[in-house]
Write a new protein. Structure first.
Length: 433
């Protein structure tokens, strides 16, 4: 009897290691078909999940219904599983180099539970070669087993998009690869249980790793081009969004918009690829240039805000600015690697007082991660400038009069990063990327 058959008969169990934005949806999807152990090192998060609460605020209580899943923070419980999926974060350090601490830690936890015949599949975004060169040696060292002979490994990059209710785990084709043809076929068959869009079988683990990392690198480079164009067009004196609308009338024009590039994917993954490239003796010029442009956009927005305030006769030393939105994208609670923080830091470097409001973000997480205190409600008539940094749903119906009610006087500045209010502002000083 194959491992797939045993899983289907619930004579074998799957574990999902790491229950964040990626891991929890995967665990619950599989738990509707097979028996699952959901493991996370954060005991507080585990207790919430036991109560059918998603700590990431992406899933509803009903999504836990009908799931054969056991939540645990005890690594000993992983010994009850035979098929392990690792879905932990892969961040970068302050020097923009890969930080494999979570990934190697998860590998050690799985290694203590590994038995002959087991499978380990990684979903975390990494540079090509990381699974086999960095993770497998840890699995072997901790378990005492031999890769290939005693256990097999695979890679299936996550493609979950936080806040997206259309492009979900089930509807996006899943790239899969195993350490040999047999493992590739088994991994694909298992993922076919939950991915209605089907699977794409990559020729090797390295190909699968590379396919994921270039998805986000490609977007990063394209957005960097538009960000650079927005700087040029601003100096020319024309609006970037008007240019994009005109250019977009051609059938093959790629529709990207300027903005802050943060989050746990696009703003991080290219650094994994450039790090690997440097190790191989090649300096990735285009990718690094794109990263430079995008990483500088927060400071650019801050400086442009100050410039517009000065044009309105505002003294930065006596000014207060309201920043609306802190999460890395609209309508999500995720604050990881948000570049709105760069805008705030730039404003504060001019000794400007800054208030930050966000209906989605957790005040406790913001304080812990960035040492910032969110304000519950903005001060009426309290600001010299307002920056709409993230287009959360509550902000989309704002009218000019709503912004005016926040300003100290009729010389207020409205900074609209995504151009949402373009052509709707007549009295306030207005600027967008």
């Amino acid at each position: 009897m194959t491992l797939f058959d045993r899983l289907m008969k619930k004579e074998a169990t799957m574990s999902v290691v790491g229950l964040g934005y990626v891991g929890l949806p995967i665990a619950l999807a599989f738990a509707k078909h097979i028996r699952v152990i959901g493991f996370d090192i954060n005991a507080e998060r585990i207790e919430l999940m036991k109560q059918h609460v998603d700590p990431s605020d992406e899933l509803e209580a009903k999504d836990f219904d009908g799931c054969d899943i056991t939540f645990t923070s005890n690594p000993e419980d992983l010994k009850g599983a035979q098929f392990h999926i690792v879905a932990v974060p892969t961040p970068i350090n302050p020097s923009n180099q890969p930080d494999l601490t979570p990934l190697l830690g998860a590998s050690r936890s799985v290694g203590t539970a590994l038995k002959k015949g087991d499978y380990v599949v990684y979903e975390s975004t990494v540079y090509p070669g990381c699974t086999e060169d960095d993770c497998v040696p840890v699995l072997e060292a901790i378990s005492g087993l031999k890769f290939g002979d005693d256990f097999k490994v695979g890679y299936s990059p996550e493609r979950i998009n936080p806040g997206d209710r259309v492009n979900t785990l089930e509807t996006i084709v899943k790239v899969v690869a195993g350490s040999d043809q047999e493992s590739t076929n088994l991994i694909a068959k298992i993922y076919d249980l939950v991915v209605s869009a089907g699977t794409h079988r990559a020729s090797s683990i390295k190909v699968a790793e590379a396919s994921k990392i270039i998805e986000n690198t490609q977007r990063d480079v394209n957005i960097a081009l538009i960000n650079e164009l927005s700087i040029i067009f601003d100096r020319i004196g024309i609006n970037t969004y008007e240019v994009l609308e005109a250019a977009g009338t051609k059938w093959n024009f790629l529709k990207f918009s300027p903005g802050l590039v943060g989050g746990h994917c696009i703003g991080i993954d290219p650094y994994y690829l450039t790090w690997k490239s440097n190790k191989l003796g090649y300096h990735a010029r285009v990718i690094n240039s794109g990263r430079y442009v995008n990483d500088a956009m927060g400071a650019h927005v801050g400086k442009q805000t100050v410039k517009r305030m000065l044009e309105q006769g505002k003294n930065p030393l006596d000014s207060r600015v309201l920043v609306m939105g802190l999460t890395f994208k609209e309508d999500v609670a995720d604050i990881r690697n948000t570049k709105v923080v760069d805008v705030i830091k730039e404003l504060e470097s001019f000794n400007i007082a800054v208030d930050v409001v966000d209906p989605m973000a957790s005040p406790e997480e913001v304080r812990r991660e960035y040492d910032l205190d969110l304000v519950a409600t903005p001060k009426p008539n309290g600001y010299d400038a307002v920056i709409v940094a993230v287009n959360h749903k509550p902000y989309r119906d704002f009218q000019e009069v709503d912004f005016e009610s926040l300003m100290r006087d009729d010389k207020g500045v409205l900074v609209d990063l995504k151009g949402l209010f373009r052509n709707h502002i007549e009295r306030l000083a207005y600027w967008s990327l």
